[in-house]
Design a protein around this ligand. Structure first.
Ligand SMILES: [Zn+2]
Length: 140
């Protein structure tokens, strides 16, 4: 259920291919572009495959599972809208399909993150129009 429209943090641009990506997030599906010619997955969304140059692709469903590839944590908010979140970490998660995305790991404090930590996607309906794909620890 969407929260009241009190969300104060920056929202992603809802246009072009980014809009398509977030439209799937809104339905709680994590999908990435998959090249129809070479089968390569890609993110962030773009028109052309960086591997073979094809413009043909589908929005293929991800398993939603991955691992922490890297992260950076902060104790000083860069924007006042994040003051209540410090300390926090922006993580790079590598999905099983090979794509990497910048995101949050919602249930792991920054000092407990580790490279290779198994994670799974969760969806955060931050407004009635925007849902963000975040991750939580995957207990295996
Ligand atoms: Zn390709």
């Amino acid at each position: 259920m969407a929260r009241p429209e009190t969300y104060q943090r920056l929202l992603p641009p809802m246009r072009g291919l980014a809009h398509d990506f977030y439209a799937f997030c809104k339905t709680h599906e994590l999908r990435f572009q998959k090249c129809s010619r070479c089968g390569g997955w890609r993110h962030v969304p773009r028109e052309m495959c960086p591997d073979c140059g094809s413009f043909d692709y589908e929005w293929a469903k991800s398993s939603g599972r991955g691992q922490v590839f890297s992260w950076a944590s902060t104790d000083q908010p860069m924007l006042p809208q994040f003051a209540d979140a410090v300390p926090y970490a922006i993580a790079i998660v590598e999905l099983e399909e090979g794509v990497r995305m910048a995101t949050w790991v919602v249930d792991v404090p920054p000092d407990e993150l580790s490279i290779g930590l198994p994670v799974v996607v969760v969806f955060d309906d931050v407004t009635s129009e925007v849902t963000l794909a975040k991750f939580r620890r995957l207990h295996v």
